[in-house]
Design a protein around this ligand. Structure first.
Ligand code: PEP
Ligand code: MN
Length: 274
């Protein structure tokens, strides 16, 4: 059935959506920082990362228990054991959590342990998964596919919205280009463009966009200046020992530095970081 006014569009809803993950509102004046390791590796690793996230002002905890890896011989996550760790640590530090889902068959399981589902770049057009998540009310953090246009991203969101779940947050995480110095190319113009076309909040993942820890802070500031509703940052107490994506991961002290400068940029664009 063709809809004249897509649900994601400003034609269908002019007012910007505010989406709640746990007790945190995304899409309002506050710029939300999500932080945590790429992958949940152990209880002690997750606790150390979560404490650093909380201490320096992150509002939501991230961590993958199901990792989509290009190379099947690398760490693919702890599965349910990881989810249990995530829930325990999330309760312990008092931060709501987001974790990636790869397969629609895992919805009921993951639902028990997290406050939001993350659909990763590799699954942005897994329409079966999107439609199933659309039948729930739990928020979905939908990441842009690495070869997806902005229109493709919005239509992917429409698959969730059209099933009755209005709680979608978009995430720009870079796209594949001919440039090899960075893991992806961060599409900063996607932020104001999405804001023009859609009422949905949009955050930026500078860690996956650049693949380089040295670029995370500047791209976070750029994202906030361009109007992002939040940023999602990979952090780890020992990036060199991380089982996944250590090169793009910040140490707690570098995360602290990022937070200090990100706060200034948020203030400069009439927003704030708590
Ligand atoms: C992630 O956030 O852990 C991840 C796998 O990111 P992406 O889907 O953007 O590659
Ligand atoms: Mn990763």
């Amino acid at each position: 059935m063709q809809r004249m006014k897509p649900l994601y569009s400003r034609d269908s809803q002019n007012q910007s959506s505010h989406i709640r993950i746990g007790d945190v509102l995304i899409g309002g004046e506050e710029v939300i920082v999500i932080a945590g390791p790429c992958a949940i590796e152990s209880e002690s690793q997750m606790r150390a990362c979560a404490q650093a996230a909380k201490q320096f002002g992150a509002r939501i905890l991230r961590g993958g228990a199901y990792k989509p890896r290009g190379n099947p011989y690398t760490f693919e996550g702890l599965g349910e054991e990881g989810l249990k760790i995530l829930k325990k640590i999330s309760d312990e530090v008092g931060l709501p959590s987001v974790t990636e889902i790869l397969d629609a068959r895992d919805i009921d399981l993951i639902d028990q342990y997290t406050d939001a589902f993350q659909v990763g770049a590799r699954n942005m057009q897994n329409f079966t998964l999107l439609k199933e998540l659309g039948k729930r009310k739990k928020p979905v953090l939908l990441k842009r596919g690495m070869a997806a246009t902005i229109h493709d991203l919005l239509l992917a969101a429409e698959h969730i919205l059209s099933q009755g779940n209005p709680n979608v947050i978009l995430c720009e995480r870079g796209i594949r280009t001919f440039e090899h110095e960075t893991r992806n190319t961060l599409s900063l113009s996607a932020i104001p463009l999405v804001k023009e076309l859609s009422h949905l909040p949009i955050i930026v993942d500078p860690s996956h966009a650049t693949g380089k820890h040295a670029l995370t802070e500047s791209m976070s500031k750029a994202a906030i200046a361009a109007g992002a509703d939040g940023v999602m940052i990979d952090i780890h107490t020992n990036p060199e020992d991380a089982l996944c994506d250590g090169e793009q991961t910040l140490r707690p002290e570098d995360f602290q530095t990022l937070m200090i400068s990100a706060r200034k940029v948020a203030t400069a664009v009439d927003r704030f970081i708590a």
